[in-house]
Design a protein around this ligand. Structure first.
Ligand code: OAD
Length: 226
């Protein structure tokens, strides 16, 4: 059986990380146009760096929860298992997931806008920092896919979706494309499609099955009974 799993902010909610669109979510307290677009970065790099520096620092205060661990276990149990996450936190890898695509980038990554090299960053990014590859200052940005940019590894993801037998979406509102459209692709390819979420997401009508509850309860149960 070939399985593709898509996760969103809801899987990390019980670890203490804010989602985007729930009450008190990140987009309630910050305007997307101010912190999550290339234009915002060009206009006010200090503000954008501050937003992501805080979120990066906060990774040290949170731990993977049972839902992250359940997916790492499932990867071991089913040998054809791809995890695609929209999340930029590192909780999946810390739980042990290995076959993982961060389609929206990673908080622990930095990218040079001059030479395009991507590398790791544990501390703070600021506009004065010099790129270790090209030696230029002022071009380093968080390795986050912002609105208007192309998510990573889309070719590989579509290929896997077209071949999968089971597609499971976990903890995502299904409101941001292209990830929101994955269920339709998997369905057209003949896969069983399942939504695991706290409440119905925007793509609810496209899923054959839906299970609602906290990720820490339902993810483990679902893969345990598979
Ligand atoms: P959202 O905040 O849009 O949705 C989170 C979903 O998780 C909601 O449907 C919640 O009901 C659900 N949820 C909350 N707590 C949960 C829990 N304990 N267990 C299970 N589900 C829970 O977040 P995403 O769908 O991930 O993109 O957002 C998608 C993209 O929009 C993000 O990757 C980000 C954002 O703008 C970029 O920054 C490019």
């Amino acid at each position: 059986m070939k399985i593709v799993v898509l996760t969103g902010a809801g899987i990390s909610a019980e670890s203490g990380l804010s989602t985007f669109r729930d009450n008190n979510g990140l987009w309630e307290n910050h305007r997307i146009e101010d912190v999550a677009t290339p234009e915002a970065f060009a206009r006010n790099p200090d503000l954008v760096h501050k937003f992501y520096n805080l979120r990066r620092a906060n990774l040290k205060n949170v731990k993977p929860n049972p839902a992250h661990f359940a997916l790492a276990e499932a990867e071991k149990k089913f040998n054809n298992f791809l995890l695609v996450t929209q999340n930029v936190d590192n909780l999946h890898e810390r739980a042990g997931s290995r076959n993982l695509i961060h389609m929206h980038g990673e908080l622990l990554g930095k990218k040079c806008t001059f030479c395009n090299k991507i590398s790791r960053i544990d501390g703070k990014l600021c506009k004065e920092l010099v790129c270790e590859f090209c030696g230029k200052a002022g071009g380093l940005r968080p390795d986050i896919v912002w609105f208007g940019e192309m998510p990573y590894e889309m070719e590989r993801i579509y290929k896997e979706l077209l071949q999968c037998n089971l597609f499971v979406s976990i903890g995502t509102s299904g409101s941001v494309y292209p990830a929101a459209g994955f269920v339709e692709i998997a369905k057209q390819a003949g896969a069983r499609t399942v939504e695991l979420n706290l409440e119905p997401g925007e793509q609810k009508s496209h899923f054959q099955e839906s299970i609602y509850g906290k990720a820490s309860d339902i993810v483990h149960d679902f893969f345990g009974n598979l």
